[in-house]
Write a protein that binds this ligand. Structure first.
Ligand SMILES: C[S@@+](CC[C@H](N)C(=O)[O-])C[C@H]1O[C@@H](n2cnc3c(N)ncnc32)[C@H](O)[C@@H]1O
Length: 356
């Protein structure tokens, strides 16, 4: 071989290597873009194809298990499982209520689990745009123009803002909203700033995933909203039938909540059907306790917002590591009623089911 032949071979070889590297980098880049959109079953299939995809799938699974909220909340909410080998629960995350019909097309899947923070952030913002937030449904009512919405009086009572009415004891609270001049930092928007207590999601063999306190929580502290798809009663009835059927075969853990607001006369004046089964937030993991648990539910109205929101507050002091629970409602005898494992001394033995 002559000297010039050898040099040409070396150059071809280097060009081939660079081309191989370029293809490999492109493959990696595409995999990092596509795999976080996959469901667990699709991810498992992809991981069987080659070592590279197996590695990426593993890192996606780890990052999913570290934050159920996909950075939508202020604090990460991790999954913990020593009961079996399921690393996380898969669903589409929304930090606030959404209208079911508008999300059915756009929210079939969600970007979740990339270890690249920049990519994750831009995809999260894209996800937020896809979510048609209830904040957009604004009534034309005039709100407050206070400089300081809530002032503390001598007896520690709050007063000042006409929007404020704190009636937690009867389960209704009114907050400043989109029609008010005050901004997001206003003290009378407690439930609008997202989750501010550390929480975790723990798996139990009998009750499945459950939401737990990861710090001491004081009585009266705001925990989270019950976010999900807002359904018409007709839609809710249809979905409940399907969920009941699937739940009796242990194929699904449904999270369809019916909220009724009552007039002092006892008559129901408002009914909300919130389904967090497919699209929801961490409240979908709150299990039932026959003794009422440690959470109370409060209907929160924000001035100018058309629809109220259902929020959870601590009904007593809650220790770090304690499970957060509330009562799903009255027990009703059903042929396919699920067994209750709440463990309280007043346990009825059967899970309450909604009259949808
Ligand atoms: C809103 S989800 C709560 C999260 C659920 N544990 C999960 O794994 O996704 C409601 C479902 O959780 C289960 N569950 C909740 N409380 C329970 C209890 N006290 N005993 C047994 N199962 C319970 C039932 O399967 C119920 O349909």
């Amino acid at each position: 071989m002559t000297l010039s032949n050898a040099t040409t071979n070396q150059r071809n070889c280097r060009q081939n290597t660079t081309e191989e590297e370029r293809k490999q980098n492109l493959f990696l880049h595409c995999a990092h873009l596509v795999l976080p959109w996959l469901t667990p079953a699709e991810l498992a299939n992809a991981s069987l194809t080659c070592k590279t995809l197996l590695q990426i799938s593993k890192s996606i699974t780890l990052s999913r298990s570290l934050d159920a909220s996909r950075s939508f909340e202020n604090l990460a909410i991790p999954f913990h499982n020593t009961a079996d080998n399921i690393p996380y629960a898969y669903f589409i995350y929304t930090p606030s209520q959404i209208i079911a019909s508008s999300c059915s097309q756009s929210l079939q899947r969600q970007f979740w689990g990339s270890s690249d923070a920049a990519e994750s952030n831009s995809m999260r913002l894209l996800g937020l745009e896809l979510v048609s937030r209830m904040d957009d449904t604004v009534e034309s009512v005039s709100g407050c123009e206070c400089e300081n919405c809530l002032e503390v009086g001598h007896g520690n009572e709050l007063f000042g803002c006409p929007c404020f009415s704190g009636l937690e004891d009867v389960g209704i609270v009114s907050e400043c909203g989109p029609s008010c001049a005050c901004g997001p930092e206003c003290e009378n928007r407690l439930t609008q700033r997202g989750i501010s207590v550390r929480l975790k999601i723990v798996r139990d063999v009998q009750t499945g995933w459950g939401l737990y306190a990861d710090q001491l929580i004081q009585q009266g502290q705001f925990i989270c909203e019950y976010a999900g798809e807002l359904l018409t009663t007709k839609e809710a009835r249809g979905r409940q039938q399907i969920y009941d059927e699937l739940a009796s075969r242990r194929c699904i853990s449904s999270a369809l909540l019916v909220v009724r607001e009552h007039l002092p006369s006892g008559k129901a004046c408002l009914r909300m059907n919130i389904d967090a089964t497919r699209v929801g937030n961490v409240a979908r993991f709150i299990n039932h306790a026959c003794d009422g648990g440690n959470l109370s539910t409060v209907v929160v109205r924000s001035v100018g917002s058309m629809l109220p929101r259902l929020c959870f507050f601590a009904s007593k002091d809650i220790k770090e590591g304690e499970e957060l629970t509330f009562s799903y409602g009255e027990i009703r005898v059903r042929s396919k009623g699920l067994q209750c494992f709440c463990g309280s001394s007043s346990c009825f033995g059967i899970l309450p089911a909604e009259h949808t």
